[in-house]
Design a protein around this ligand. Structure first.
Ligand SMILES: Nc1ncnc2c1ncn2[C@@H]1O[C@H](COP(=O)(O)OP(=O)(O)OP(=O)(O)O)[C@@H](O)[C@H]1O
Ligand SMILES: [Mg+2]
Length: 390
């Protein structure tokens, strides 16, 4: 049952309110002055308080201030005999929830005021609980987000130092590998026997494979460790592509493959950017195309996609008539150490790092890469890149 505390020095008021409210099933407590009222309040902790303004010992305003400071969520209705607007304002400002004037001829008004304030108090309580729940969930969420953030930072830092370590190690591995390759060449020139030639060539092939693996890991680690700084150098893009083709020509020729270069005539002569990264991307795609093609042709094409003032976007394609692969594998091939078939390494060599490097480099050049392929028909890799114009 709800508890009502009535604080009034007029006995008739206390009695009439009590009878009326008890009839309505409230439990009523009464106090004949402010001091007693505050004491009783602490003892019984009522759900609502009705307090008179003018009383001996401690007046209604003081009672109000007292209750409001210790338990602001308890509604207090001030009931005054004067009905002065200033009293009302002062009371409301001090935390009263309502202000009624005596005599209250229709007690229904009192009931209505009490019910209304109790409802409001319960709403506020619910709201507070909800706010508390909300704040708790929010705190939990913040805590989890912070933990995730810390974990991410830690993982990134450890990944970066691992990549830095790999970059240093692979760099150091290259020197002795170059030594092995150079010395094998010397031995080959020193009239070895037929058997020795066979073994020396095997050493050379293994050394070259190892060198290309080390080079790939070095490149990959450098990108991962954020060690790549893009250069901004003027270069002739036609010359660059011709150089790449010339460089790789013998390998294609030995396999009897036609090697074509198609340069869109709109391509500007000179562009500004990191030519060595571009060379790396094209070389990688081109060596894949030659590696995975037995007959037919391999074609490199470049066209201008967009030109705006001092910058241009280009599109390069590398097309072959090789073994191809199932289009569903297209995405995973750009991940590190993945190949289309289990048997790829055995048949063609390599470790599956090339395309992962290419993808990262293309991203560095502000571009995108994609591929279309069909088993037995061939593949077309296409990528875009952006560079500046002089
Ligand atoms: N032009 C292509 N034709 C057919 N398959 C290709 C072609 N290019 C790539 N692939 C497939 O994608 C895989 C991944 O290529 P990626 O260049 O990353 O590795 P890789 O050439 O096998 O080894 P690495 O480049 O590290 O020496 C290849 O193993 C091959 O299965
Ligand atoms: Mg490759």
């Amino acid at each position: 049952m709800l508890k009502v505390l009535i604080i009034d020095d007029e006995e008739s008021i206390r009695d009439s309110f009590s009878f009326y409210l008890e009839d309505l099933n409230y439990t009523v407590f009464t106090a004949e002055n402010g001091e007693r009222g505050v004491e009783l309040f602490k003892d019984i902790l009522p759900d609502i308080v009705l307090v008179d303004l003018r009383m001996p010992k401690m007046d209604g305003m003081e009672v109000l201030a007292n209750i409001h400071s210790s338990s602001p969520e308890t509604p207090v209705i001030v009931i005054s005999g004067t009905g002065e607007i200033n009293d009302a304002l002062e009371a409301l400002r001090a935390g009263a929830w309502d202000f009624l004037t005596k005599p209250i001829s229709n007690l229904g008004v009192l009931k209505h005021a009490i019910d209304d304030k109790l409802k409001k108090a319960s709403l506020i309580r619910d709201n507070k609980q909800q706010l508390k729940d909300l704040k708790y969930s929010n705190d939990q969420l913040e805590k989890m987000a912070k933990e995730a953030w810390d974990a991410k930072r830690e993982a990134e830092a450890s990944n970066r130092s691992k990549s830095e370590f790999m970059a240093v190690i692979t760099h150091d591995l290259r020197t002795p590998l170059n030594g092995i390759s150079g010395l094998t060449d010397l031995l080959l020139m020193n009239s070895p026997t037929e058997k020795q030639v066979k073994y020396l060539n095997m050493i050379k092939t293994s050394g070259n494979n190892l060198l290309s693996l080390v080079n790939n890991i070095l490149d990959y680690s450098k990108i991962e460790a954020n060690k790549i700084k893009l250069e901004q150098i003027e270069f002739n893009i036609r010359d660059l592509l011709k150089e790449i083709i010339d460089h790789i020509f013998t390998i294609a020729d030995e396999k009897g493959l036609k090697l074509e270069l198609e340069i869109d005539e709109n391509i500007p002569e000179i562009i500004i950017g990191d030519s060595s990264r571009l060379r790396q991307i094209v070389t990688n795609l081109l060596s894949n195309a030659i590696k995975f093609t037995e007959t037919g042709f391999v074609k490199v094409g470049i066209s201008l996609k967009e030109q705006k003032n001092k910058s241009a976007e280009f599109q390069v394609i590398v097309e072959d008539t090789g073994i191809g692969f199932d289009q569903s594998k297209a995405l995973i091939l750009f991940e590190e150490f993945t190949q289309a078939e289990q048997s790829t390494t055995r048949k063609y060599g390599g470790t599956g790092l090339g395309l992962a490097i290419v993808k990262k480099l293309v991203k560095l050049l502000d571009g995108e890469i994609s591929v279309e392929s069909e088993p037995g028909k061939g593949s077309t890799f296409g990528f875009t890149f952006k560079m500046n114009l002089p």
